[in-house]
Design a protein around this ligand. Structure first.
Ligand code: FAD
Length: 405
């Protein structure tokens, strides 16, 4: 019998949740499901700022894909996706190719550098376990080297974070807790360490409630962050960053570590495959399919769902990716089972919580503003819920966050 072939690309929030939901909805004989991912593990992208700062070990932010999929129903292939040939219903991998009847593209996002000179070469980004590990190790290496060198170069200890958006602020929240530990470990006076946040927009955390933004920036300033708002990074060099406010002459901020956390785009595979896109994101239809290709579903950071209230795409989040996955699993099951009663996607925004280190946060949840303990508690509930949705209680017990106080 020819079973329909479902191929899922990417085992992040969107892809892995689609796979685990689909395995429950269809029988072994109904479909052949293949999940393809670069690594044999899934990582919590929303926790990478912790691994990057070194406040949480990278093994805590990842788990084996094999532990959550039913291998009698889902065939896992560890490989990298190179290109999708939509007209031939084929996916080109680094080590082979696969054909499909239904394709789910959930390859996640990449960093957007907006063509700023030197960023790609000289700045780090918080995008994967590999990149997070590099940031943590690099900062530690700078501290260790400063301690060991005879001719002490204080700028080694300076860290520039590009961007005061969600990722930048969450990373700063971890960093200000990590620095005192590093200073103690390497016997360095904390006053020698400078943390700069450079943001081109006129305010931090655009779109957030101004009162909550002030709470966040005041807390981070108190812990040593110098905010340079309305200031653009013009260039990144091995010495640091050249920044300028408006038309001012650029000035150099010397830094041993530069982390770029200011832009996200979709996956380059989208562009390589010749799909119509805006910064690597495909504007999908109400069933999350690519226009003119009803066999291709696109989820998460690779997709753009238009918010009819303002005619702009919803920001890419894990929250939307997971809601898209739940619906896509149902819709694909319906197609496989010949019911064809496809449901339309509507985003149910439950709110957003931005962490400020392990025990503080700001957020709006179900329309209610939260700060401090209640926001931080909510953040852990959200983090644990994502684990629960994919791996149930066993995964929550293994990887969950219970350090409430
Ligand atoms: P991902 O979860 O990133 O998964 C993509 C997967 O595809 C990965 O496993 C990757 O290895 C794999 N992959 C990529 N390229 C290839 C390839 N070529 N071949 C094979 N496999 C590949 N969102 C929220 O809702 N709340 C938050 O609090 C929040 N905090 C965040 C904090 C940080 C530090 C960051 C960076 C992001 C945060 N986000 C948050 C955004 C959220 O993480 C993303 O929107 C979400 O991960 C998107 O899900 P996804 O399934 O599209 O991709």
């Amino acid at each position: 019998v020819n079973k329909p072939k479902v191929v899922i690309l990417g085992a992040g929030y969107g892809g892995l949740l689609t796979a685990v939901r689909l395995q429950k909805l269809v029988g072994v004989n109904d479909a052949e499901i293949t999940l393809i991912n670069k690594n044999d593990y899934h990582y919590e992208t929303t926790w990478l700022h912790e691994a990057s700062a070194g406040t949480l070990h990278h093994d805590r932010v990842r788990y084996n894909i094999a532990d959550v999929i039913n291998r009698s129903k889902v065939n896992f292939v560890q490989d990298s996706v190179e290109e999708i040939k939509a007209d031939e219903k084929k996916v080109i991998l680094s080590n082979g190719e696969v054909t499909y009847d239904y394709l789910v593209v959930a390859l996640g996002g990449e960093s957007e550098t907006f063509g700023i000179k030197g960023l790609k070469e000289n700045a780090f980004t918080i995008t994967s376990v590999d990149s997070s590990r590099q940031i943590r190790e690099h900062i530690e290496y700078q501290f260790a080297t400063y301690s060991a060198e005879a001719d002490k170069q204080e700028e080694r200890l300076s860290i520039v974070v590009g961007g005061a958006g969600f990722t930048g602020i969450e990373f700063l929240g971890e960093l200000v807790n990590r620095i005192p530990q590093l200073c103690k470990e390497y016997e360095i006076e904390q006053s020698k360490v400078n943390i700069y946040c450079v943001e081109a927009a006129p305010m931090a955390l655009p779109g957030f409630d101004p009162g909550l933004v002030s709470y966040a920036t005041a807390l981070l300033e108190k812990k040593g962050v110098e905010f340079n708002i309305g200031t653009a990074i013009k260039e990144c060099t091995p010495e640091g960053v050249l920044v300028a406010k408006g038309d001012e002459e650029p000035r150099l901020i010397k830094a041993g570590t530069v982390v770029w956390a200011a832009g996200v785009r979709g996956n380059e595979v989208i562009e390589k495959s010749g799909f119509e896109n805006i910064r690597g994101r495909v504007t999908v239809d109400s069933h999350l399919r690519m226009p003119a290709h009803e066999d291709i579903f696109i989820l998460g950071d690779c997709s753009a769902v238009i918010n009819e209230e303002n005619n702009r795409p919803f920001p890419p989040t894990a929250q939307i990716a997971m809601q898209q996955a739940v619906l896509t699993a149902k819709n694909i099951a319906s197609l496989i089972q010949g019911k064809n009663d496809l449901k339309e996607f509507t985003f149910d925004n439950k709110g957003t919580v931005c962490s400020l280190g392990e025990h503080d946060a700001i957020g709006v949840v179900f329309g209610k503003k939260l700060t401090g303990f209640s926001a931080s508690f909510m953040k852990k509930v959200i983090d644990n819920r994502a684990l629960f949705m994919i791996g149930g209680i066993p995964l929550v017990l293994k990887k969950g966050k219970f350090n409430i106080f």
